[in-house]
Design a protein around this ligand. Structure first.
Ligand SMILES: [Zn+2]
Length: 214
């Protein structure tokens, strides 16, 4: 296989196994794609799809997300989708506001702002597997590496499978801390301040989304 090195294939196996073990890919949930460096004019089948199996129903979202992300960062060749439990739960209990959700996740741990300084994009609840949800997700992907599918899951992009999965893990860890705070009564006595968020960005050399910092 000349277009993808074997490390990429091994990494796909590793992250999909980890995602399943984390409970984020129940039954046949979740999917991952890598944009290979072909000319984009044809597709070759290298492995799988025996017995009439078909690609994921989220294929349109993967393709459209790759197209959108290629314009923003051509090194980001991986799109991954799965069902992180605490992140999905927040789509029921919190208003679906990108700034509000991003700030909550940023403030749950110092790592968040460093790993996803753009914040997260959010689309309305839509029927999965449709072109419409693909178009809505891709529109967000031009600005964000993470898109919430309310009541369903997450779409994330990265330069390789490990980085992409690490991004999802970081978002879900922040959501888990948020859930745990609620379980402890929800009364926050102190947190990472706005000033400290700015200091984090400066210290780690990332550009935080200025619309969400205020
Ligand atoms: Zn799904």
């Amino acid at each position: 296989m000349k277009f993808i090195d074997s490390k990429f294939m091994r990494d796909i196996c590793n992250v999909t196994k980890q995602s399943y073990d984390n409970g984020w890919d129940e039954r046949n949930g979740g999917n991952i794609s890598i944009r290979i460096t072909e000319d984009g004019k044809h597709a070759d089948l290298y492995w799988g799809y025996e017995d009439g199996a078909k690609p994921t129903s989220e294929f349109p979202t993967h393709l459209m997300s790759h197209i959108a992300r290629l314009k923003t960062d051509k090194n980001q060749r991986v799109v991954m989708h799965c069902h992180p439990t605490n992140f999905i739960a927040m789509s029921f209990t919190q208003t679906l506001d990108e700034k509000r959700l991003s700030r909550i996740l940023w403030k749950m741990q110092a790592e968040s702002l460093v790993v996803f300084p753009e914040g997260i994009g959010v689309i309305p609840y839509m029927t999965p597997g449709t072109n419409e949800i693909g178009e809505a997700t891709a529109a967000k992907m031009s600005e964000f590496k993470v898109v919430m599918w309310p009541h369903h899951g997450i779409f994330a992009v990265g330069s390789d499978p490990d980085e992409t999965f690490g991004l999802i893990e970081t978002v879900e860890k922040a959501a888990l801390i948020f859930t745990t705070i609620q379980a402890q009564g929800g009364n926050i006595l102190q947190d990472i301040t706005n000033e400290e968020l700015k200091e984090l960005a400066q210290a780690f050399g990332v550009t935080a989304n200025s619309k969400f910092l205020k």
